[in-house]
Each structure stands twice: as C-alpha cells, then as structure tokens.
Design a protein around this ligand. Structure first.
Ligand code: SF4
Length: 302
C-alpha cells in the first residue's frame, strides 16, 4: 500500500463519503455569494477564472460584472480591439492574461464555432489556459467530475492527509474524492473552506466540518509545509518590474506615450536600460506597438 502522506490512499478513500457529506452540507449553508457562481455559462466561467488567476476576489468582482456586460460572448470580444480590452484590464494587473483571453476568444470562434470546449485537452489548447483553469471550467461550467486544486485546497488536503503533497498527488486525491452527484458544490465548498477556515496562518479547526477526518487539526508541525506552492511568498510589488510595467500600461490607456518619455512614466528615469528591457518585453508579448518613436496600446495600428 502506497502512503501518499500520513494516511494511505485506501484509508482516505474509505472516509470519502462521510467527509463529502459534511463538506457539501457545510458548503450548501456557507458558500460565498460571488457573481460567477450564479452562472454555468462557460464563457463567463472562463473569464472569471482567468481574472482570478492572479487577482484577489474583491478586485475581480466589479471587473467581472463590467466585462460580461461589455463582451457577453467570445464573438463579442473578437469584434473589439485588443487595445479596448487592455484599457479595460488596467487595475487587474498581469495584462498578458488579457492578450491571451483575446486570442482564446478568436480560437473559440474560429475553431469551436463560438462555444467554449468542455474537454481538458481542448481547453488547454486555448491561449493562457493551463490545467488548473481548464479543470475549473470543466467543473464550474460543465459540472464534470474532476477536482480543482489551487494553493489553498492543496494546503487543506495536505493537512487532512497529515503530510506534504506534491501537485500530482494532490490532484489525484481530489479527483478520487470528488463525488459524482455534485462536483460543482463539492469544489466550491472546498475552495471556501480552505480560504475562510483552513487558512494558512490561523486555521479555525473547531469550526471546520472536516475536523473529524483531519490528521492535523492545528497541533504541531503543519503538514502542508513542503507541499508544492504552499508557503511561497508573493514577490514584493513596490519597485518591481510588474509595477513599472503596470504604470506604463496605465499611462498608455490614457493615450500614446513617446518612447523618450516611457522611463518617466514607468518611474525608471534613473534606469534607462531596465526601461528599455521592459518595453521590449511588452512589445514581444504583443501588448504594445510602436510607431514613429511613439508607444501605443495593443493593436491600435491594426
Ligand atoms: S481541522 Fe483544521 S487543519 Fe484540518 S482541515 Fe479543518 S481547519 Fe484545516
């Protein structure tokens, strides 16, 4: 018998029904009311998942609602200019996601007749869609029986098992546990439990519906330490390349920027080499164009 951590896989699976009943029961009473949870529209779910990849829920909520008003279908987005989307994206950060979403909309229209595909392989062929986002769309739009494991869920599963879990083991465990009856609610409940009760620093074990099955319960060394992705600190934003890129994208959303002025806009007047490197990166990512020594957002020349 293979030990995936503190418990054997068989012992975990044997506890599955009782654990799932407690989890789904908790979820049906406690799930956060989020706008993308009231839809199964695959395009809306994909948009929400792309936004949530690197932006907190509270900042995504208003932008998601605005986005689905502006571009309710992939076809609607293909009729927009990339620059419109990049202007809209200011404030969400990581604008490469917007470029990818724009390209994904074209692929959905051109290859899939405007319908977001439901298979893992076809979803992962869309620009910017990795295994996590693909699985999230499979569950939250199509209600297919797969587990969706983000960092928080990985931490919870490691604690429940009593030992660190690498991504493959965490994914396999989630896939083995997810019930056929309601994979949507099961995954959403696991998300909220991991985000609100089984938190990184202060797990509220006495309020946890999974306490009876948990190997850790907050006592001693955290089994999640050493799990893939757990404990990674987000890199500092102030003074980062990300901040400088964001300043330029914001500046460009208000109008063209002369190349000679880019370093000032980016707050890099004392570091022209770094400014040039970042502008080159944005150009190669297709987020800017350049004409007559003037920088323009996205596809203004198209
Ligand atoms: S009992 Fe505590 S450590 Fe275990 S899953 Fe619940 S909140 Fe997390």
């Amino acid at each position: 018998m293979v030990n995936i951590s503190g418990k054997t896989r068989d012992s975990l699976i044997s506890e599955r029904d009782a654990f799932n009943e407690a989890l789904v029961g908790w979820g049906s009473r406690s799930l956060r009311d989020l706008p993308w949870r009231s839809t199964r529209n695959p395009w809306r779910v994909l948009v929400s998942e792309v936004m949530l990849q690197q932006t907190p829920v509270r900042r995504v909520e208003p932008k998601y609602l605005e986005f689905v008003e502006l571009w309710p279908t992939p076809e609607n987005l293909t009729q927009a200019q990339l620059s419109d989307l990049l202007k809209f994206w200011v404030g969400l950060g990581y604008p490469r996601r917007a470029r990818n979403l724009y390209d994904a909309a074209h692929q959905i229209v051109n290859v899939h007749d405007g319908a977001v595909p439901s298979s893992l392989s076809q979803l992962m062929e869309l620009p910017g869609v990795g295994p996590y986002t693909a699985r999230a769309v499979m569950v939250f739009a199509f209600e297919l029986q797969v587990g969706v494991v983000d960092t928080n869920v990985g931490r919870l599963l490691a604690r429940w098992c009593g030992g660190p879990l690498q991504p493959k083991a965490a994914q396999e465990l989630a896939d083995d546990l997810v019930p056929a009856g309601d994979p949507w609610l099961w995954n959403q409940a696991l998300f909220d439990l991991a985000a609100s009760i089984c938190t990184k620093r202060d797990p509220q074990c006495t309020q946890c519906p999974a306490e009876a099955w948990c190997s850790w319960r907050g006592a001693g060394q955290d089994p999640a330490d050493g799990s893939a992705g757990v404990g990674k600190k987000q890199s500092r934003f102030h003074g980062s390349d990300r901040q400088a890129r964001g300043k330029l994208m914001k500046g460009l959303s208000e109008g063209p920027v002369r190349v000679a002025e880019a370093s000032a806009v980016m707050g890099l007047s004392d570091d022209p080499n770094r400014c040039a490197r970042l502008v080159d990166d944005l150009l190669s990512e297709g987020l800017l164009t350049i004409k007559d020594e003037v920088l323009l957002l996205g596809d203004l020349l198209q």
